[in-house]
Ligand binder design. Structure first.
Ligand SMILES: NC(=O)c1ccc[n+]([C@@H]2O[C@H](COP(=O)([O-])OP(=O)(O)OC[C@H]3O[C@@H](n4cnc5c(N)ncnc54)[C@H](O)[C@@H]3O)[C@@H](O)[C@H]2O)c1
Length: 276
């Protein structure tokens, strides 16, 4: 048992659970004695994680879920309630990236990235918040944005649009739930570089949203026009450490979860530019 926030036996739902940050969160919550619901579109790693956590004695449910699909997320909520009778933590974490100059993006790029990163969170909120309210127990929602949800500049245009959306959606949700005196606390996770499979997001891009007759997605993305994203990711923070930040933020009731305080300077200078 912990003092407040999370309790052993609580039920945690994590989207994008099969890899990276989602996997780190699932492992941490399971290690704390929580029941974990793993949701991901990629079946093999999802099944592998389910088996690995079970082998460690965790109570686990894996539900293949495409978060860009409202019915699939509704099914995830139903299955969670059917299996465990309650939900206490929702981590809207699944995300993808693709990058090129913003005017060159195809409609398929926009639909894919906004579909997963922004609509995925919207579907999560719509499916789970009414159930959490009806339940009345202490609940937490952790929406994964990014430091790119707090800054501007060049690079990752669609991704930044989606993550800024997740930040303001989370702020609105938190304030409206507080006004209602609901027993639900909201958090928004804004990490810098994390060592995950994010740059290989294309592995999960649906056939219907592939770009036709185009060059393959570049493996070496340039962030802000100057940085080698793959090198940054490979030397980034471990998902386990990110999960520690999330766990501590839940326990302390912190809304904005910063994993890389050095990036606060960029946020501050953006705000100053706006105000000037
Ligand atoms: N890695 C970083 O440096 C970094 C930094 C800031 C924010 N983030 C955010 O962290 C979150 C997790 O990404 P990650 O870095 O762990 O990458 P990752 O690729 O390792 O994990 C993302 C997971 O999401 C799943 N996914 C993709 N499309 C999906 C869909 N339609 N439905 C359900 N699941 C889907 C993938 O299968 C994968 O398991 C994302 O929202 C990402 O934008 C990552």
């Amino acid at each position: 048992m912990v003092e407040h926030g999370l309790v052993s036996g609580n039920v945690a739902v994590i989207t994008g659970a099969a890899s990276g940050i989602g996997r780190g969160l699932a492992e941490r919550f399971a290690a704390e004695g929580m029941k974990v619901v793993l949701a991901d579109v990629e079946e093999k790693p999802l099944a592998k994680l389910e088996a690995a956590l079970r082998a460690k004695g965790a109570t686990v449910l894996a539900v293949r879920t495409d978060v860009s699909n409202a019915a699939a997320v509704e099914n995830l909520a139903q299955q969670t309630l059917n299996a465990f009778g309650a939900v206490h933590i929702l981590c809207n974490n699944a995300g993808v990236v693709c990058s090129r100059p913003i005017w060159e993006h195809t409609l398929a790029d926009w639909e894919w990235v906004l579909g997963v990163n922004l609509w995925g969170v919207i579907h999560g909120i719509r499916a789970f918040v009414p159930r959490m309210l009806a339940q009345g127990d202490k609940c937490h929602i952790v929406n994964t944005a990014s430091i790119l949800g707090l800054v501007g500049g060049s690079g990752e245009g669609i991704y930044k649009v989606s993550k800024h959306g997740v930040v303001v959606l989370s702020e609105t949700l938190a304030d409206e739930l507080a006004q209602k005196e609901a027993n639900i606390q909201v958090h928004v996770l804004c990490p810098g570089w994390v060592r995950t499979g994010i740059l290989d997001s294309g592995r999960n891009r649906p056939d219907a949203l592939q770009n036709q007759a185009e060059k393959p997605h570049p493996r070496e993305l340039l962030i802000g026009g100057s940085r080698n994203a793959r090198a940054e990711i490979e030397s980034g923070m471990s998902p386990t450490e990110v999960a520690d930040h999330v766990y501590n933020a839940i326990q302390s009731g912190t809304f904005y979860i910063h994993t890389h305080p050095e990036h606060k300077t960029s946020v501050r200078s953006r705000m100053e530019r706006i105000l000037e």
